[in-house]
Ligand binder design. Structure first.
Ligand SMILES: C[S@@+](CC[C@H](N)C(=O)[O-])C[C@H]1O[C@@H](n2cnc3c(N)ncnc32)[C@H](O)[C@@H]1O
Length: 333
């Protein structure tokens, strides 16, 4: 297994790759870049906002259905939970504490690209739920292989919550779900939370709150580039923009340049790279696709998962879907 410093330098090396999106037209940055230490703390604040219904709705679903989820997935006296993009694991605590009451041993392996999130997750879980062993992994689950610790004859319950799957374009999503399936064995489970398609009057405020926390979260990506790539963005010259793209069924977050800017940043060999931004031009920083239950079930089925159980809140805002990895060779399509 890679050491923590090796893992940190892999994540740092990826920042330059991510910045390549600024040299293309239209300019883009990958969503994972939003999550440095400050971005992680700002996201925590977003989850508490009145406008941001996804976290509290998913938390309520987990709370209501934790016992059913555990009954369906726990086939022995111990449980091995792996969580992709775990963040601070605040919601996961609900499942972990119920599991620790029922099981002799619970192993929890949060995977995240944010070291800050993993440190908080480990502390939160260990303080509140003794008996759960926490083994964090600093990794980008798109570009790096997962190192799942396995316990003999024990199934894995993988969690992918927070509608993080919605950050990916349809073809990226397919590749990611195929990759997740390859990392699991037949009989392992995946519990995935997705934000459902709904009126844009509910969607848009969730990404453009009145207090400006989401704006600060979005703009923070430029502060990260200033710090980590020696860039000189004038951050106040970029405004937060949330758009509903009806054709693609996604919320887009952009940073819109308010006046012409020339920005310098440091390339990988120490050279200076010059970027120009025209007034009105945007950097596309995040997509959040919205789903239908049939849509997500069919994407999971294509990737090699079956046996669907879906839980939806009474306002049909959000869904949790539990599926089992099936033996690809035995599949009847
Ligand atoms: C939307 S937050 C969700 C956090 C938590 N799962 C929740 O539901 O509240 C996304 C989390 O995934 C992490 N993340 C985003 N992209 C990632 C990637 N490619 N690899 C690993 N972690 C990633 C971020 O650091 C962040 O903690």
């Amino acid at each position: 297994m890679a050491s923590v410093s090796e893992m940190i330098s892999t994540v740092e090396a990826a920042i330059w790759d991510a910045a390549q999106g600024l040299m293309r037209t239209p300019k883009t940055l990958p969503a994972w870049l939003l999550y440095d230490a400050q971005g992680t703390l700002l996201f925590e604040q977003i989850t508490e906002l009145r406008e941001y219904y996804p976290t509290r709705t998913e938390r309520a679903l987990l709370s209501e259905h934790a016992d059913s989820i555990l009954e369906l997935t726990c086939k022995s006296g111990s449980l091995n939970i792996v969580e992709l993009g775990a963040g601070t694991a605040t919601k996961t605590g609900i499942l972990l504490s119920r599991a620790s009451r029922r099981m002799d041993a619970v192993l929890y392996q949060p995977v995240d690209v944010s070291l800050t999130a993993l440190a908080i997750a480990k502390q939160n879980v260990e303080d509140a739920i003794p008996g759960v062993e926490v083994v964090p992994q600093l990794a980008n689950y798109v570009t790096q292989p997962l190192e799942i610790r396995r316990v003999e004859n024990e199934r894995v319950l993988m969690l992918y919550l927070g509608s993080s799957i919605g950050n990916f374009l349809p073809w990226e999503r397919k590749a990611l779900l195929d990759n997740i399936r390859r990392q699991l064995r037949p009989g392992d489970f995946l519990l995935i939370g997705v934000d459902l398609l709904k009126d844009k009057r509910v969607l848009l405020p969730a990404y453009d709150d009145a207090d400006g926390v989401t704006a600060a979260f979005n703009q923070n990506v430029l502060a990260r580039l200033n710090r980590e790539l020696n860039a000189d963005f004038d951050i106040d010259g970029f405004a937060h923009l949330a758009r509903w793209n009806v054709g693609e069924r996604r919320i887009e977050m952009h940073l819109q340049c308010m006046r012409r800017q020339e920005v310098r940043l440091l390339g990988p060999d120490g050279e200076t790279v010059l970027l120009t931004f025209d007034p009105g031009e945007t950097i596309h920083t995040e997509n959040s696709y919205k789903f239908t239950t049939t849509g997500i079930i069919s994407e999971l089925s294509e990737a090699g998962f079956e046996g669907t159980k879906v839980w939806i809140d009474d306002k049909s805002l959000y869904s949790l879907t539990l599926v089992e990895a099936v033996d690809q060779h035995k599949r009847v399509d």
